[in-house]
Design a protein around this ligand. Structure first.
Ligand code: MSP
Length: 526
């Protein structure tokens, strides 16, 4: 049967298998997970893709250093990334590896499609030439002399800090220079195709300065996808890697599900790889006669206790260790809340403990504990009776009812931090309501009113639990269990259902216990 639900296709970058996963990878993936979960609850038919980028010189070099054949090296490191999705409770629908047959096929088909067409100036999109210039293996990127800086050690470095080397080799080129105006028109017509706005401005001013043709094949090593009908050439790893997004949507079988999936709704990327996604990728796609993705969002970078994260400084953050120390859902919450999404941020232990103890244990956790503990003792452990609403009941219920719409607006702009701020405004309002209504005092003076207040609060907790599921899926599962919310009443379609009185509630348990510093010290790495 045809599926008529609207689709939503979101991707993470595919991660290089030259190294084990760290917090940067976890961050991008988690943001996509929140989005994918939100869209599923909102009725969308979601495709959420992540995976690994396995070709190119950098990976080949790492395999060589490890003394292993590239394919078996890729197999083992790719597995680490796949395992991480499990540890983070990430809900990806597919995990792509660029060494898979489906991807080799798609990459060669895309190459052919680009080569078969002409540039806007009526010239072949791809031509054979010779590359002579600088290349950074770490970035897998070509640089102009003018972009480089000369270090005290006499070595040239790319703006990213990566070392470059001089390369001269026969190479196929993509006629990027002919795509400048088409790209500028695309950004102009699609003002939200690159976000945040500051990044969009960087991209457009880069393109306005003029584009050079791009080398898209390499001949000095072999670990890559062969260029069709061109012995000795492998496809440049970034063209290969970017193609993953259409491979997973079914390319080159354009008559299958591809039309339903493509263009992707969102490519989530770090700021360091924006140019590849917002300039090269749309140009490749348009050159092949395909539509560019609807949006590329570039997020910022994390520092560790104020310091740039780097292997040489030895301060790389292991996501497993974070989860072990603070718990998975608090980590997910922290990463989405602490920093305005799109900006750089700092991961510090003090901030993490504060978020967990103040936002989660005090504000959110205590609210549920107070309400559910009180109901367990004083209302026969069942959802209290609904009564006509007072003005205060009405105000809080209205705030909760409109919350989902307000959160949705923020999520649709990838404003995860704002989405959570909006939720916490309602949490604060609810805590004030509990204090003002004082159900513990009503117990003696007006038990009917006490029930009314607790009913309003149960309904509010139910809505908070539903709306917070994408951010903290495991904690909110327990949360909704404690409110005896049926499994089929947890999606956004059930948000406005009337809460039925009289349903028995299980014994409440704290969901966000406070972190005690001593316990934390004991768990901290030595
Ligand atoms: N393989 C390419 C992407 C190809 S997509 C077609 C790649 N891989 S990567 O393994 O280097 O992944 C990097 C991702 O992690 C980027 O989105 C990058 O921004 C992100 N991060 C790496 N370090 C980071 C931080 N310290 N903080 C936040 N994100 C960071 O690039």
């Amino acid at each position: 049967m045809a599926n008529h639900r609207p689709t939503f296709y979101v991707t993470t970058p595919i991660y290089y298998v030259n190294d084990a996963p760290h917090i940067g990878h976890a961050y991008t993936t988690l943001a996509c997970d929140v989005l994918a979960r939100f869209k599923r609850l909102d009725g969308f038919d979601v495709l959420f893709l992540t995976g690994t980028d396995e070709h190119g010189q950098k990976v080949e070099k790492s395999a060589l250093n490890a003394g292993v054949a590239p394919q078996s090296y890729c197999d083992s490191v790719s597995k680490l990334f796949r395992d991480l999705t499990g540890a983070l409770d990430v809900s990806n629908d597919d995990f792509i590896r660029t060494t898979e047959a489906r991807h080799v096929r798609a990459s060669q088909a895309l190459w052919r499609a680009i080569a078969a067409r002409q540039s806007p100036a009526g010239r072949p999109n791809i031509y054979l030439g010779k590359y002579a210039g600088w290349y950074a293996i770490r970035d897998e990127a070509f640089y102009d002399e003018g972009e480089l800086t000369l270090g005290a050690d006499g070595r040239r470095r790319a703006p990213s800090g990566a070392e470059v080397e001089w390369v001269e080799e026969p190479s196929y080129f993509f006629r990027l220079s002919d795509w400048q105006q088409v790209l500028l028109d695309f950004y102009e017509k699609n003002p939200e195709a690159v976000l945040p706005a500051t990044r969009r401005n960087e991209v457009t001013s880069f393109v306005r300065q003029g584009l050079q043709d791009l080398s898209i094949s390499r001949t000095t090593f072999t670990w890559g996808i062969p260029v069709p009908d061109a012995p000795g050439h492998v496809i440049y790893v970034w063209l290969d890697a970017l193609t993953n997004y259409i491979t997973a949507a079914g390319y080159p079988d354009v008559d299958g599900g591809f039309a339903r999936r493509w263009p992707a709704d969102l490519h989530m990327v770090g700021k360091d790889i924006l140019r590849f996604h917002a300039v090269y990728w749309p140009a490749f796609l348009m050159a092949a006669g395909l539509e560019p993705a609807k949006r590329v969002f570039a997020h910022g970078w994390w520092t560790n206790e104020g310091q740039k994260i780097s292997k040489s400084l030895g301060n790389v953050i292991d996501p497993y260790q974070l989860i072990e120390q603070y718990g998975l859902d608090p980590v997910r919450y922290f990463l989405m809340r602490e920093v305005p999404f799109g900006q750089d941020g700092d991961l510090s232990r003090a901030a993490m403990v504060r978020r967990r103890n103040v936002d989660l244990a005090n504000d959110l956790g205590n609210l549920a504990q107070r309400v559910l503990g009180f109901i367990a003792k004083n209302c026969g452990a069942a959802i209290p009776k609904r009564q006509p609403f007072t003005e205060a009941d009405q105000a809080l219920t209205a705030a909760a009812a409109s919350l989902l719409g307000r959160v949705r607006r923020e999520i649709d702009q990838q404003s995860f931090h704002r989405a959570l701020e909006v939720v916490w405004q309602v949490v604060a309002e609810a805590n004030r309501y509990v204090d003002a209504q004082a159900p513990w005092a009503l117990r003696k003076t007006d038990p009917v009113r006490m029930e009314a207040v607790l009913y309003v609060l149960c309904d509010l907790l139910r809505r908070l639990g539903i709306v917070l599921q994408p951010f903290m899926p495991q904690a909110m599962e327990l949360w909704l269990d404690q409110l005896a919310v049926e499994r089929d009443a947890r999606d956004f379609g059930a948000y406005d259902r009337v809460l039925v009185s009289g349903i028995n509630l299980p014994t409440p348990k704290p969901i966000f216990p406070r972190l005690v510093e001593d316990a934390l010290q004991a768990k901290a790495p030595s």
